[in-house]
Design a protein around this ligand. Structure first.
Ligand code: PMP
Length: 359
């Protein structure tokens, strides 16, 4: 079949939003110190690794996984500290749960709203599912502009407002009272995305169930188990029941279920790692500032810094020096900003040494 026949077929079948969108790009970190994706740089300690592997040995790979792993879900509810009566739904990463949420409201034709900049997936999924996306600009210090947000909510009547708390990529932890005002004003759902909870140690979980429109997202990715792919959506039972209809029946594979159960018995390991990362975050913050660069206080495991006129040079210089960080080429506001995830002390030292050599 000719190329033009393929194009014609695709244009006839695929939504224009899909054809116009770009695939989510993941940088190749092979051989580099990976400080681009907010992963935990530590693995399981050797002794625990053995026990973890043992816990997988009799995992029945010939059977479908438990479609509703009750014990694991009860363990996760207790781990998050969910109020009584709040239900949980599991996803193949929280990305999948965001997709389910946006899919669920796609028929409403009402916008998806978030602050700008924030986690890119909210906008990407809205666009892919044909919904308008409204991004409310953060102020010059990457703080929430509450009056602008409330005005936009009233004018646009969004189906879902996603608030990442702390915010990716700025690390800002918006005032809890702002979140409360947004939940009270929202005509639709508000989803508080606490992907970086291990580093902020703040949660909005105790608000769940007090209003009918609040849901909470968590993930195991940032605190140390990104490869496991386990996200959690918590909310009132009625919402979870409906949203669960969109979840594919066996979305959490047996190895992930076993690994998550194992992790729940050893949470102290990742807690200790998160503590080291929180200390390193403050050291990195001071060191970047000492380089003469503007850097924003962060409640997460990454830092955003401004490098006017030289972001591209720093990014490629760091890469050449063996360190991969995140650049935001193409973003209208963040073109001259860079984001670095907090690594081990040695990785952070390497990042700082290369950065200093480039300045
Ligand atoms: N929410 C936020 C705010 C994020 O920054 C990310 C990852 N960058 C995710 C959700 C997705 O995490 P995962 O799919 O690994 O659970």
């Amino acid at each position: 079949m000719s190329d033009s026949a393929t194009t014609a077929l695709m244009q006839g079948l695929l939504r224009p939003e899909l054809l116009a969108s770009k695939a989510y790009a993941v940088a190749d970190g092979e051989g580099l110190i990976k400080l681009d994706a907010m992963e935990n740089p530590y693995g399981l300690p050797a002794a625990l690794r053995e026990q973890w592997l043992e816990s997988l040995t009799d995992a029945p790979l010939n059977r479908y996984p438990d479609a509703h792993p009750t014990l694991l879900m009860e363990g996760l509810k207790a781990h998050i500290g969910l109020p009584a009566g709040i239900e949980l739904m599991l996803g193949n990463g929280s990305d999948e749960l965001i997709q389910i949420l946006v899919t669920a409201v796609a028929g409403s034709r009402r916008p998806i709203m978030a602050v700008d900049p924030s986690f890119v997936m909210y906008r990407l999924l809205a666009q892919q599912l044909g919904l308008p996306f409204v991004g409310i600009p953060l102020d010059a210090d990457f703080q929430l502009d509450l009056p602008a947000m409330l005005a936009a909510i009233a004018a646009q009547q969004p189906a879902i407002i996603f608030l990442d708390w702390p915010n990716n990529p700025s690390g800002s932890l918006f005032p809890e009272t702002d979140l409360e005002a947004i939940v009270a004003a929202a005509p639709g759902l508000v989803v508080v995305d606490e992907a970086y909870h291990a580093f902020s140690q703040k949660t909005f979980a105790d608000h769940l169930g007090r209003t009918p429109n609040l849901l909470l997202l968590r993930t195991m990715s940032k605190e140390g188990l990104a490869g496991m792919r386990l996200g959690m959506l918590a909310g009132p039972a009625a919402w979870i029941q409906e949203l669960d209809k969109l979840r594919l029946p066996y979305n959490i594979n047996v190895l992930t279920q076993r690994s998550a159960s194992f992790y729940l018995r050893h949470t102290e390991v990742l807690n200790a790692q998160a503590e080291i990362l929180r200390v390193e975050r403050e050291r990195l913050f001071k060191a970047i500032r000492a380089c003469g660069l503007s850097v924003w206080p962060s409640a997460a495991n990454f830092l955003l810094f401004h490098a006017p006129g030289r972001a591209a040079v720093l990014f490629s210089g760091l890469r050449a020096g063996g360190v991969l960080i995140k650049a935001f080429t193409g973003h209208p506001r963040l073109g001259e900003y860079l984001r670095v995830s907090v690594g081990t002390p040695a990785e952070n030292d390497r990042f700082l040494a290369v950065l200093e050599s480039l300045l």
